[in-house]
Design a protein around this ligand. Structure first.
Ligand SMILES: [Zn+2]
Length: 470
């Protein structure tokens, strides 16, 4: 019997913490490791009689994210209350966007494929419960932290695709500068829905939701585990129950957190304490103008325009400051060489470097054209980075400029040949190594400034000529 084939269907929900200094609806700080309950006020603690006010920056960041994900924008959106009880939710409800999200019907291009983006909306975070020796302790510093939630369509077809999507999405968000996207600090969090569908079946089985996946590796492994578990169950004729599962990193298994009974009723209703969120067209336009070229598109352009491969671009593209710097420097020297220098000699540096990109390309160009030896180039780079002085000045001070001038080198060669007839004889008699001796004499005579490649090739040419003459 042929083994039954299943199609994997994955949808993701990503929560990003927006990079604002203050919270979504009050002026409390969003600082990460502040002592517990120090970044709180009556608004984010939900005291009666307080009123929220919207953080403008958070709205602009959310809008930037929605536009970069090719979403349609609700010019008139608003906030809703999502009601539920949980100890770390001080108001007894979360302010979110339900009926009218900021953005909807977008897409994200992953390789050759578009992944649908169902919605992008703003909301506030809840507090955090810390379990300590059987006691639950609550830290409200996170309560009211501005988040944007991105919900994809169930267009993802494998655990690997989910991981690639998240990696590329994270990079895009970093380029936008709207979130730090730190998985360790919880500013980039992901939940995943996964279900399987038999080839001939129209609808998929019940969805299993995976919660608290806090690394790309965990996301991939949890989905892979779940894909296998569900496949086996279906082949055994079991029904997949709709449930929420966690991921046990140590055991490498998902485990049941709770069964999904009937759909939770959050009793959403419009937040009465906040007016509608109305975005003017010119504001949307100016935010759109501020969106940089997406990293994956940029990488592709470099490959097409400059012929540099993935191996070189990967290191550059992963950091926008580095990519921007590279692109500027690559305008003045060979992009391939610039990429190589950044990758091999500047990997430990923070970008943008403190020297203008032109300095870097000047050095690279001189090495490429033979005006500086490679070790000299590296030394000049080191010094310009330390002192900020122009490469030209450093080279002048050291008297290092190599001489590639053909006329000068030809004269030099005549002189060496003239003064070392014995060595020349040796070479002509077949002692190839004798050329090293002549090279050494030439370098010494020019005080180390002759370009060794030029010297060598002209010397060989000259001696061969003599051979033929002779
Ligand atoms: Zn507050």
């Amino acid at each position: 019997m042929m083994e039954k084939e299943f199609k994997t269907i994955i949808g993701l929900e990503i929560h990003l913490q927006l990079k604002t200094l203050s919270k979504m609806f009050c002026s409390c700080s969003t600082e990460f490791a502040a002592p517990a309950n120090t970044n709180t006020c009556p608004v984010c603690l939900g005291w009666p009689g307080t009123l929220p006010s919207v953080n403008q920056k958070a709205v602009l960041f959310g809008l930037k994210g929605a536009l970069a994900l090719n979403c349609r924008i609700n010019r008139e959106s608003g906030f809703d209350r999502k009601n539920y009880f949980y100890p770390d939710l001080p108001k007894g409800f979360q302010i979110t966007q339900y009926a009218r999200p900021l953005g909807f019907e977008g897409f994200f291009t992953l390789g050759e494929k578009n992944i649908g983006i169902r919605r992008v909306h703003l909301e506030e975070d809840a507090g955090r419960t810390i379990y300590n020796q059987g006691n639950g302790e609550i830290d409200f510093n996170r309560a009211g932290i501005p988040l944007v939630e991105i919900v994809t369509e169930p267009d993802i077809e494998s655990p690997g695709e989910a991981r690639d999507f998240l990696k590329d999405l994270r990079l895009l968000i970093l380029y936008l500068g709207i979130s730090d996207c730190s998985m360790e600090e919880g500013s980039f969090r992901c939940d995943a829905n996964i279900s399987l569908k038999g080839e001939e079946e129209k609808i998929s089985q019940n969805q299993v939701e995976l919660k608290n996946l806090n690394s790309f590796q965990a996301i991939f492994r949890a989905l892979e585990y779940e894909e296998k578990r569900q496949k086996k169950a279906l082949l055994d004729g079991e029904e997949i129950k709709g449930e929420t599962r966690g991921w046990d990193e140590k055991e490498g298994k998902t485990f049941l957190l709770r069964e999904k009974g009937k759909k939770e009723d959050y009793r959403y209703f419009p937040e009465p304490d906040l007016p509608d969120l109305i975005l003017r067209q010119d504001l949307i336009g100016s935010v759109a103008e501020d969106i940089p070229e997406p990293p994956m598109q940029r990488e592709k352009r470099w490959q097409e325009e400059w012929g540099i491969g993935k191996e070189e671009t990967g290191v550059l593209i992963s950091d926008k400051a580095k990519a921007d710097y590279f692109e500027k420097a690559a305008n003045f020297a060979s992009p391939k060489e610039v990429a190589k220098w950044i990758k091999e000699h500047l990997y430990a540096h923070v970008f943008p470097l403190e020297i203008p990109p032109e300095y870097l390309s000047e050095i690279i160009k001189m090495v490429e054209e033979g005006d500086l030896s490679f070790p000299q180039g590296k030394e000049v780079l080191k010094e310009t980075l330390e002192t900020g002085r122009k490469p030209g000045e450093i080279i002048d001070d050291k008297g290092w400029k190599q001489i590639s001038n053909q006329e000068y080198i030809e004269e030099l060669i005549e002189e060496i040949i003239e003064n070392n007839p014995g060595v020349v004889q040796d070479y002509l008699a077949g002692k190839e190594k004798a050329i090293q001796n002549l090279m050494g004499k030439g370098m010494k005579k020019s005080e180390g400034q002759a370009n060794p490649q030029t010297l060598r090739s002209l010397l060989e040419e000259r001696l061969k000529g003599r051979e033929e003459d002779g």
